[in-house]
Design a protein around this ligand. Structure first.
Ligand SMILES: *[C@@H]1O[C@H](CO)[C@@H](O)[C@H](O)[C@H]1NC(C)=O
Ligand SMILES: *[C@@H]1O[C@H](CO)[C@@H](O)[C@H](O)[C@H]1NC(C)=O
Ligand SMILES: *[C@@H]1O[C@H](CO)[C@@H](O)[C@H](O)[C@H]1NC(C)=O
Ligand SMILES: *[C@@H]1O[C@H](CO)[C@@H](O)[C@H](O)[C@H]1NC(C)=O
Ligand SMILES: *[C@@H]1O[C@H](CO)[C@@H](O)[C@H](O)[C@H]1NC(C)=O
Ligand SMILES: *[C@@H]1O[C@H](CO)[C@@H](O)[C@H](O)[C@H]1NC(C)=O
Length: 381
């Protein structure tokens, strides 16, 4: 027993094994109420100015995560990109920041999965080495793109009920790339910042594999750091002006215009794959620190009454690192399953000070349901 445990620990921890043995990890399972609670920590940006304010900034970000883990007690955490600000870190220890980032998760014994962002690839920070560092943690469910699929964080995880090994839902993770190549030319920022069409092809073919294996389309969620272009269409057509909250689509809307993948066309195959995915409930992005709303996919141009899927949601900037001084928090998701396997999703933002704001049900009437406008510092600052 002990020897087996030691060997499997070594397999997980060894830098010589690049493919995670997720099969050896416990399956992700719903709780006794058939629910699964995810907290999203987005844009953590550790490692800025390590001889000055960056140190306190990271201490502050760790405090935010600890507060949220204490109040929300999530089943699982998603780190949705820009874990580290690679522009500021050193060649000698750039991936060591991962250990600082995940300390609250390790201390709370909460497992997690990551997408990587544009700041996670820089002259001194290798995306591949960051993955290898993450793979040392038994609590990390982050996986590497399969052979032939570009970038790193393209994978999926299955969610299971308490007592059977037939999955109920899929969590998809996509790599929107961006940033600068490792040790090539400083500040080149030459990596494409979108989900490649070949990743969309892989996504579509994996769905077919899952459908054949489980004989149905499982409900699913998707996480990707840089928002697809659909997000700017939503912002242009469905949301009020900068800084105003919408009663239909509540949440901070203060990054206007928001930054999205590529220049508006490179991610079309990815977006097509998203809208073509039966059961895909919602897509969660970070990158724009001043946006924290959820809306509907913009099919009917500016038709706010459209019941369109998937829903599109910004996470909430969690850290003191990266640009912007909006109050910090975390988007939380509660996935609830019925006996027949259908999934409902409620979401809210838990602020650093413990308040809950913008609590909504992402159901079929989202977009026509009217939510109270929030005011006060949690919304606007
Ligand atoms: C750390 O957090 C405190 C309390 O919110 C804030 O006053 C301070 O400016 C923060 N420091 C940095 C460097 O972000
Ligand atoms: C890379 O790291 C080295 C030290 O390890 C540092 O001297 C250099 O300024 C860093 N360069 C960039 C572009 O981050
Ligand atoms: C990385 O090295 C720098 C410079 O020596 C140091 O200030 C910083 O604390 C180190 N960071 C980590 C996470 O080891
Ligand atoms: C951590 O969580 C796992 C699974 O939820 C559990 O089996 C294990 O006992 C926990 N470890 C500690 C130290 O609490
Ligand atoms: C609403 O949609 C119509 C038709 O697509 C378009 O002409 C108009 O500019 C849109 N208005 C807004 C405010 O986006
Ligand atoms: C969706 O959720 C809202 C808020 O909880 C609720 O008012 C509305 O009735 C729900 N719609 C449906 C179709 O259940």
């Amino acid at each position: 027993m002990l020897l087996t445990a030691l060997i499997s620990r070594w397999l997980v921890a060894s830098p010589f094994f690049s493919i995670r043995a997720t099969e050896s990890q416990p399956k992700l399972r719903l709780d006794a109420n058939n629910e699964f609670h995810i907290a999203i920590f987005s844009d953590l940006h550790y490692g800025e100015e390590e001889d000055g304010w960056g140190i306190t900034q990271d201490v502050n970000s760790t405090r935010v995560m600890n507060n949220i883990l204490n109040s929300e007690k999530p089943d699982f955490v998603v780190l949705n990109g820009d874990l580290i600000t690679g522009e500021n870190t050193f060649l000698t220890n750039s991936t060591k920041y991962l250990g600082v980032v995940v300390t609250p998760l390790v201390e709370h014994n909460v497992s997690w999965a990551s997408t990587y962002g544009n700041h996670d690839s820089q002259y001194n920070l290798s995306r591949e080495a960051l993955y290898q560092e993450e793979a040392r943690y038994a609590l990390s469910y982050t996986q590497h793109s399969p052979d032939g699929v570009p970038a790193i964080t393209n994978y999926y995880l299955l969610l299971f009920p308490q007592n059977t090994d037939t999955p109920l839902a899929v969590l998809w993770f996509f790599d929107s790339q961006g940033g600068a190549p490792f040790q090539t030319t400083a500040d080149s920022e030459s990596i494409p910042n979108w989900v490649e069409p070949s990743i969309a092809t892989w996504f579509t073919s994996e769905q077919a594999v899952l459908k054949t294996r489980y004989k149905k389309d499982l409900p699913s969620l998707a996480f990707v750091h840089i928002p697809p272009t659909a997000f700017i269409t939503v912002q242009n057509n469905l949301l009020p002006n900068s800084g105003e909250e919408s009663a239909h689509f509540p949440g901070l809307n203060d990054d206007v215009p928001l930054a999205y993948e590529g220049t508006g066309w490179q991610d079309v195959p990815f977006m097509q794959a998203l809208v073509d995915t039966p059961g895909l409930h919602s897509v969660y992005s970070g990158h724009d620190h001043g946006d924290a709303w959820c809306a509907n996919w913009p099919t009917g141009a500016n038709d706010t009454k459209g019941v369109s899927s998937p829903h599109v949601c910004f996470c909430k900037h969690t850290s003191y690192g990266g640009y912007g001084n909006w109050n910090r928090g975390s988007r939380n998701l509660r996935l609830s399953f019925t006996e027949d396997g259908s999934m409902a999703v409620d979401t809210w933002v838990r602020m650093e000070n413990g308040e809950i704001v913008q609590s909504v049900s992402l159901n079929s009437t989202y977009g026509t349901d009217v939510y109270p406008l929030e005011d006060g510092e949690n919304y606007s600052v």
